[in-house]
Write a new protein. Structure first.
Length: 166
């Protein structure tokens, strides 16, 4: 069974390419053995191949179901890092309301908003170091907490970004 960490690891591979488990783990804030175990679960689920290449259609299917398998919890007003429709790439396509935006609670956050639990606890820190990963994680959060319009836009963006060889 897939875990949120497995999706984070696969997204990091997608964002930055294949790397050693040590480097991969360090870039997402986990150990090399955790990165290895996460990749093995992703292989068993059919999202990664044995050579660590990504099966794009399988990943899309898993991401589209993320809100059911990895539901987000909303919390109090906190300072944090914008996510979902309040972050790129959706912020340019969604009219922002007067409501506080969804944010990952984080000490370096500069935006006050409603806390949204990240896909995995180390995801905000990993996203700060990789803009492409940040966009993938924000799109997944839009799937997890968004309304119909945000979900539709997120699915379209993910399909564009993952249109590649199966």
């Amino acid at each position: 069974m897939l875990k949120p960490l497995d999706i984070l690891v696969v997204l990091k591979i997608l964002a930055s390419g294949k790397d050693s488990f040590e480097s991969l783990g360090k870039s997402v804030g986990i150990s090399a053995s955790q990165a290895h175990t996460a990749s093995k679960r992703a292989i068993a689920a059919g999202i990664l191949r044995d050579d660590m290449s990504i099966r794009h259609n399988a990943l899309l299917e898993a991401l589209f179901a993320a809100k059911y398998y990895f539901p987000a919890r909303r919390g109090d007003l906190v300072r944090g890092i914008p996510t979902a429709y309040a972050a790129k790439p959706l912020i340019d396509h969604v009219q922002q309301s007067d409501e506080p935006p969804p944010v990952w609670p984080h000490p370096e956050g500069k935006v006050r908003g409603v806390a949204c639990s990240p896909l995995y606890k180390t995801a905000p820190e990993a996203a700060l170091g990789d803009a492409k990963l940040y966009e993938f994680l924000a799109l997944i959060d839009a799937l997890r907490i968004g309304r119909v319009r945000e979900v539709t836009l997120a699915k379209t963006e993910l399909q564009k970004r993952l249109s590649g060889p199966e």
